[in-house]
Design a protein around this ligand. Structure first.
Ligand code: ZN
Length: 688
């Protein structure tokens, strides 16, 4: 651990915060509480992704002007790094304190009591560690899962080691699962040691207290720094490295294989799966860890702090190091390994659920972290965001585990404790309320992604939950377009095989694979067919036919590695079936692309890959500019609208309509070799 935490307290920033939050109705206590909570939240060595919490005991006035003593404590759904005063809802303190006399309290009753005592009934639900904050009679309380503290206490002798390192400055609380029982355990330890600056919770994290926001924060930094210094001085055994093949496959080589393995079949007849997105990491620390000879031992112990388990599952999935010349062998071994992993997970569930009251519903058995010697780690999630969180948490786990191993040996929660945490209703509530969208977990590429139609397609796919990569010739334009939809922008010349391969590899590197290709890039060339130059015709064939073939080939290669089907979608044109005068150079390659779409349908239908096309017509875009529309309408003596809506339905077709048609085809499970027209009705262009 080279970088250390340090205090970022600034009197000026603190004063600014007090002024700024006063405008939102926050008193000085709450303003400073918000300020230092953000300082803690901004340091990943202290907290990550919703972990950790803080509180302040203060007073607020109700509508009658009566002062009420409250605990303002972090609410669920807020991240400490970006928290605002409403993220620290006020709960009446007196009713919380009365709970300290109870022998036990169910989670449901605890949550109901906490919510029932909120000053604002619409405020977020107070943290699951609210009672702990209430029971410690100190004004400001900070709680983090600091890496260095975990590296100290996640050991068999963690309790004694923390006592040794901290002396009397903190008291140590043996492991108890979060909730009412932990709050009571902490209160008991604190009452016996009322002079301490904080508490270390074995295998969980650290609390610090203070009379002021500055004191509690300063103590947190000081206590964590002490752990950091101690760990830095430990020079234990070195991690022995395993034998790694010389010619290693890359992350991009194996990501689609892994993605295919992890996909969970929902309905084989429908070709529906729960699909996952991968986030690859291969920093020095990650590689040193996954290349360790004893990886199978130290990686399978469990999480470094209880609430990580909902992000990473109790155990990561280990694959063999992949030799680039033997990917088939790797795939075979990987298939066996995932079956074993999933069976183990099911057994773990059944074993502990037998004793659980009430009975739990099993979560899916797919791993959320994959470790591959020589290659690194993959975070796994049903979105790129969740995959990144899993990868971040896994990196933290690696840092802590490695440090604890150096110092004598990492120890995690017991199997049972992991189960209780993973299936704790209050932890699962953090993930609840999310509804999977129709293309959740799917990865799409849209070529011509910076244009009007391409960008609309990207937007529509994204709205259905897909991760989207836009490919386009111009790097700056495609980056801007991708940013707008929260996707990936990749510069690519679709007429160049090498450029296509590089771009697709980038997408696989970012998300792990590919499920949907929208081959959309195109441009219109004109010329009377009897006299048009060879050069124009060949240019048009390069972009309007060969580019589609390039992209489709690259896509099919990835889809076949995954083995979970896929969807090829081509933007053809009415020109393919209804040629216009002088549009031969455009229509001919488009007609060939229509045949191409059908050929893919024929050749890959048995692998669950659908191949379909959209025939659109007369849409304002880079091909059909506003100027062009104006001049055409003028030449025909009609309004622009009448010109654009000159179809059976009398409606102008927009880029969004074309995008919707692509989404419909991406979702269609029983259609392949089909063309969907989006032209407002043009009987001369109807398929027959
Ligand atoms: Zn905690």
């Amino acid at each position: 651990m080279s970088n250390r935490v340090r205090s970022l307290w600034s009197d000026r920033d603190a004063r600014t915060a007090v002024k700024r939050y006063a405008k939102q109705g926050a008193n000085e206590d709450l303003a400073l509480r918000t300020y230092t909570t953000r300082l803690l939240g901004g340091e990943p060595r202290l907290v990550q992704h919703g972990g950790g919490n803080t509180s302040v005991k203060t007073t607020v006035k109700d509508a009658t002007g009566t002062s009420i003593e409250v605990l303002c404590v972090k609410g669920s759904g807020w991240d400490m790094a970006t928290i605002e005063p409403p993220g620290l809802p006020a709960v009446r303190l007196a009713p919380l304190l009365r709970l300290a006399t109870l022998k036990s309290l169910s989670d449901e009753d605890m949550v109901a009591l906490q919510r029932g005592n909120l000053i604002d009934p619409n405020a977020p639900t107070p943290s699951v560690e609210t009672l702990l904050h209430a029971f410690i009679p100190r004004k400001f309380i900070d709680h983090t899962h600091a890496n260095a503290v975990l590296a100290l206490c996640d050991r068999a002798n963690g309790v004694e080691l923390c006592r040794k390192v901290y002396g009397g400055r903190v008291a140590v609380v043996p492991y108890v699962m979060p909730g009412f029982d932990l709050a009571i355990a902490c209160k008991t330890v604190f009452d016996a040691n009322p002079k301490v600056e904080g508490l270390v919770l074995h295998k969980h994290g650290i609390f610090s207290f203070g009379a002021t926001a500055r004191e509690a924060y300063g103590r947190m930094i000081a206590l964590v720094s002490r752990a950091e210094r101690y760990i830095a001085r430990e020079r234990g055994r070195r991690v022995e490295t395993a034998k790694i093949p010389k010619r290693l496959a890359s992350a991009t080589d194996i990501a689609p294989i892994i993605r295919g393995l992890l996909a969970l079949p929902l309905d084989r007849n429908e070709g529906r799966y729960t699909r996952f997105v991968l986030d690859h990491r291969a920093g020095d620390d990650v590689l040193a860890y996954v290349n360790g000879r004893d990886l199978a031992r130290y990686s399978q112990r469990g999480p470094v702090t209880p609430d990580h388990v909902i992000r990473t599952k109790p155990k990561p999935f280990i694959l063999p190091a992949p030799d680039v010349g033997e990917l088939e062998t790797f795939a075979k071994a990987a298939r066996k390994a995932i079956e074993k992993y999933e069976n183990n997970y099911r057994r773990y569930f059944a074993r502990h659920n037998a004793k659980a009251r009430p009975k739990k519903k099993p979560l899916d058995p797919a791993p959320r972290v994959v470790l591959v010697p020589g290659v690194g780690l993959f975070g796994v999630g049903t979105s790129a965001k969740d995959a990144a969180i899993a990868a971040d948490v896994a990196e933290t786990c690696i840092e802590v585990t490695a440090a604890a191993e150096r110092g004598g040996g990492f120890e995690s929660l017991t199997d049972r404790q992991q189960f209780d945490m993973e299936y704790w209703s209050l932890e699962q509530a953090k993930l609840a309320g999310r509804k999977d969208k129709t293309l959740q977990g799917q990865i799409a590429i849209v070529t011509g992604g910076a244009g009007t139609i391409g960008a609309a397609i990207g937007t529509a796919l994204r709205a259905q939950g897909a991760e989207v990569a836009l490919l386009d010739l111009h790097a700056d334009k495609v980056t801007t377009a991708a940013k707008k939809i929260g996707g990936l922008g990749v510069a690519c010349d679709v007429t160049d095989r090498k450029s296509i391969d590089a771009a697709f590899a980038k997408v696989v590197g970012a998300y792990g694979g590919l499920d949907i290709l929208v081959s959309n890039a195109g441009a219109a060339w004109q010329g009377r067919i009897g006299s048009v130059s060879d050069d124009i015709l060949r240019k048009s064939f390069e972009l309007n036919f060969f580019a589609h073939q390039n992209a489709a080939q690259a896509a099919v290669r990835i889809m076949r590695m995954q083995g979970t089907g896929g969807s090829l979608l081509f933007n053809v044109s009415k020109q393919a079936v209804n040629p216009g005068p002088d549009f031969g150079p455009y229509g001919l390659p488009k007609a060939a692309t229509l045949a191409l779409m059908r050929q893919y349908a024929v050749d890959y239908g048995d692998e669950g890959i659908t191949s379909n096309a959209v025939n659109a017509d007369r849409i304002r875009s880079g091909l059909l500019t506003d100027d062009f529309v104006r001049s055409r309408a003028k030449a025909r003596g009609v309004s622009e609208h009448d010109y654009m809506a000159g179809n059976l339905l009398g409606r102008e077709v927009r880029a969004e309509d074309v995008a919707d048609a692509f989404v419909v085809l991406a979702l269609a499970r029983k259609s392949t070799g089909a063309v969907l027209t989006v032209d407002g009705g043009n009987i001369a262009a109807a398929m027959r």
